[in-house]
Design a protein around this ligand. Structure first.
Ligand SMILES: Nc1ncnc2c1ncn2[C@@H]1O[C@H](COP(=O)(O)OP(=O)(O)OP(=O)(O)O)[C@@H](O)[C@H]1O
Ligand SMILES: O=C(O)C1=C[C@@H](O)[C@@H](O)[C@H](O)C1
Ligand SMILES: [Mg+2]
Length: 171
């Protein structure tokens, strides 16, 4: 059975999609981003799924997307920021090379401020992000084999730290 080379988890703004893209290029494999997979399967942007069907339904779609990504893919998988909230999704990550990309509030706010809309950060993003991180930090560390800090590192340096943390060499 195929298994992913690296699975990235972490809060919005940690750089999962960006660092996942770098890692995929450096390892010579494909990247799957479950946020993109969900949007392609649903034919709608994630904020619309949240508004029309609610977060619970979104987490179900996300669990399905994570299952498909980690069982049918040997490249890099980048998960949505809240994927670890779902116990079924966490169970799918057992035994996989999961890395938690950690990021400080100030960096995350700076990074996500101008990016695509994130429904859970729509109002008072600093406070929302802090609350999300308090709730999620134990879950990120529970599923992850290693934690990599992104502070003071550009995406290439973060990707190198991920490979080092997993004891992986580039091909
Ligand atoms: N190490 C870094 N240094 C500086 N900027 C970064 C770094 N990593 C990512 N960024 C920038 O931060 C923004 C958010 O990155 P990205 O979309 O990869 O985050 P994410 O973790 O995938 O977020 P989400 O959970 O919302 O999908 C992007 O504009 C990206 O270019
Ligand atoms: O932090 C979250 O809960 C989310 C993060 C994004 O990656 C998307 O998966 C969605 O906007 C939810
Ligand atoms: Mg992303």
């Amino acid at each position: 059975m195929t298994a992913p080379a690296v699975v990235l988890v972490g809060p919005p703004g940690a750089g999962k999609t960006t660092v996942g893209t770098v890692l995929a290029r450096r390892l010579g494999v494909a990247l799957r981003d479950t946020d993109a997979d969900i949007e392609a399967a649903a034919g709608r942007p994630i904020p619309d799924i949240f508004v029309q069907d609610g977060e619970e339904h979104f987490r179900e779609l996300e669990r399905r997307a994570v299952r498909a990504a980690v069982t049918g893919h040997d490249g890099v998988v980048s998960l949505g920021g809240g994927a670890v909230l779902d116990a079924g999704t966490r169970a799918l990550l057992a035994g996989l090379p999961v890395v938690f990309l950690d990021v400080a509030l100030a960096d995350a706010v700076r990074r996500v401020g101008l990016d695509a809309p994130r429904p859970l950060l729509a109002v008072n993003p600093r406070q929302q992000w802090r609350t999300l991180m308090e709730q999620r930090r134990p879950l990120y560390t529970e599923v992850a084999r290693a934690t990599v800090t992104t502070a003071g590192r550009d995406p290439e340096e973060v990707a190198q730290a991920v490979l080092d943390a997993l004891g992986r060499k580039e091909t």
